[in-house]
Design a protein around this ligand. Structure first.
Ligand SMILES: [Zn+2]
Length: 238
């Protein structure tokens, strides 16, 4: 049985799914598959279908809760619901990232973005659009170099600080595997951003399908007590 197109949608805008399908083949930080389904029951045998999930919290399109870098920080279940529905601002650095796979979104990128699209709204999720989302199906997503180091774009610490302190941003999102650039040895954006009580979203899909401003992001974070993050469904409403 399938469901048809909803068509005229209840007065809600168009919905863009910013979530990659999660499979054992989806690229992960450590290269170990992030999800597996174990069949516990099937319609054929038991009359109903049921799986047990084996799931790494930080795989697929996922949340980094403050708890990920702060033992006393909010866990995935404790992030207030009104922080999970917020304005989305997308900063397009695809040109710089194409020229430099280590590009860290910096203050110049924010200034250029705001000159074109206006100020980043208060309380936003600010997303890095590097173009890496298109690489998910191949080795170019982790982009491991000859020395075994992953090479992909992320945020610069100065930019993260500016977005927190001068723009009141609540969340950062990236279309890569990490808020910090892949080759970062000490992950300063994680160490600043998450203990400040803010959260991150990684491996975000389809950021090229939403405008730079004007959409509302809905973060379907898992409400699992104690979790340091977890795969989420991200929906942008235009
Ligand atoms: Zn992370």
């Amino acid at each position: 049985m399938t469901i048809g197109n909803i068509g005229d949608r209840r007065g809600v805008g168009a919905v863009v799914d910013l979530t990659h399908p999660h499979t054992p083949a989806f690229p992960t930080w450590d290269g170990v598959p992030g999800v597996a389904l174990e069949r516990r029951a099937s319609v054929e045998h038991e009359g109903y279908g049921l799986h047990v999930w084996h799931l790494d919290e930080h795989t697929g399109t996922h949340l980094d809760a403050p708890r990920h870098y702060d033992p006393d920080g909010l866990d995935a279940a404790s992030i207030p619901a009104d922080r999970l529905v917020l304005p989305l601002a997308v900063i397009d650095v695809r040109a710089r990232a194409a020229a430099d796979c280590d590009h860290a979104l910096d203050l110049a990128d924010i200034a250029a973005d705001e000159a074109l699209h206006g100020p980043i709204p208060a309380g936003a999720c600010v997303a890095l659009l590097s173009g890496w989302g298109e690489r998910v199906g191949g080795p170019g997503f982790r982009n491991v170099d000859a020395a075994g180091v992953m090479r992909f774009p992320g945020f610069a610490l100065a930019a993260a600080r500016f977005l927190a302190e001068e723009r009141g941003a609540l969340a950062l999102a990236v279309d890569t595997l990490s808020l910090d650039p892949g080759r970062s040895p000490d992950l300063p954006v994680h160490r600043f951003w998450l203990p400040s009580g803010r959260y991150g979203l990684e491996c975000v899909a389809a950021l090229d399908r939403v405008p730079p401003r004007g959409t509302t992001l809905v973060v379907g974070a898992p409400k699992i007590v104690g979790a340091s993050g977890g795969p989420c469904r991200l929906l942008a409403i235009t």
